[in-house]
Design a protein around this ligand. Structure first.
Ligand code: C5P
Length: 228
């Protein structure tokens, strides 16, 4: 069940397909995010599914329950393996999202996960801008619990939080992955694929360590070897 997901942070379809050429026949798991989705639309997802890629559609929905339910119905029809919402939308919104997926034949099999607190939000921002006085870790734990209560399958979190999430019976999708010999870039809380495995991550999301590598296929295979 453990798998490596490549974060496809490309500006358009041409760049993505050029990147994917050497992966022919391997069909890795791909994370399609807002940048390329808002450029290319759902047609790109249909095309990738047709070619046999597994997709984590990372669109982080956050709106009133009715709107999210209807949007999720459209996402359900794409038949992606994983998609997500912000836990900040509350339990009713997360339930509505699950309902939206379940109302389509393909969407029933889509795993729905929640973003708890974005890693770009610090304790200081939480307190001074969002007026949330609890410790950040507690907020993450509470939001993960809400996701579970709403019938979601898991959360996006740092690999360092994977043990708590596993204990809760949820899957964890963990970005911030670097090889021992990589530069960390803007990521703060990083883990190697091997350490993420030890911590109990279900899926690791790897961007630049694969996409910017001299030999992306070799880097991907290294991730699989360490993690799976
Ligand atoms: O290049 P890198 O491996 O840092 O890419 C990580 C991917 O995971 C990016 O697509 C980034 O947006 C995403 N992500 C993250 N941290 C989160 C949530 C998503 O790095 N908390």
């Amino acid at each position: 069940m453990r798998d490596v997901i490549i974060a496809c942070d490309f500006k358009n379809k041409e760049d993505l397909f050029n990147f994917l050429k050497p992966f022919k026949g391997m069909n890795p798991y791909l994370k399609i995010g807002m940048e390329i989705f808002y450029k290319e639309g759902p047609e790109l997802v249909r095309e990738l599914k047709k070619e046999g890629f597994k997709i984590f559609l990372d669109l982080k929905l956050h709106d009133i329950p009715n709107t999210v339910e209807k949007a999720m119905r459209n996402i359900g029809e794409l038949g992606v393996e994983i998609t997500n919402v912000h836990a900040e939308g509350g339990i009713k919104m997360m339930e509505a999202a699950r309902r939206g997926l379940d109302s389509t034949e393909l969407g029933k099999n889509t795993k729905l996960i929640a973003v708890t607190i974005l890693t770009s939000i610090s304790q200081e921002v939480l307190e001074n801008e969002l007026l949330i006085k609890e410790p950040l870790n507690e907020v993450v734990r509470k939001y993960a619990n809400n996701a579970k209560e709403a019938g979601l399958q898991g959360v996006v979190c740092s690999a360092l939080e994977a043990p708590i999430i596993k204990e809760m019976g949820l899957i964890s999708v963990t970005p911030g992955i670097r090889f021992q010999d990589d530069s960390v870039n803007d990521q703060k809380r990083v883990a190697t694929p091997a350490f993420a495995k030890e911590l109990g991550s279900t899926y690791i999301v790897v961007g630049r360590s694969i996409t910017q590598a001299e030999d992306p296929v070799k880097a991907y295979n290294r991730c699989v070897k360490e993690f799976c």
